[in-house]
Design a protein around this ligand. Structure first.
Ligand SMILES: [Zn+2]
Length: 61
């Protein structure tokens, strides 16, 4: 599998950072290069997948 790299500096390690987005009511997380801070992705602050897993466990499905 190809390794993911920053398009700006070719670094291959990333980190999550809380994003402040003007005009948004939702907290989001940036996935950014741990060297130069170049943003490579965006995800919800509340991870929908893990939230659904918790809910489905409570429901017993
Ligand atoms: Zn970078």
């Amino acid at each position: 599998m190809a390794s993911s790299k920053c398009i700006k500096c070719d670094n291959t390690t990333f980190e999550m950072k809380e994003a402040k987005i003007t005009g948004s009511n939702f907290r989001m997380m940036f996935v950014q290069c741990s060297r130069c801070g170049g943003v490579v992705g965006l995800t919800e602050f509340m991870n929908a997948g893990s939230m659904l897993e918790r809910i489905s466990k409570k429901l017993g499905v």
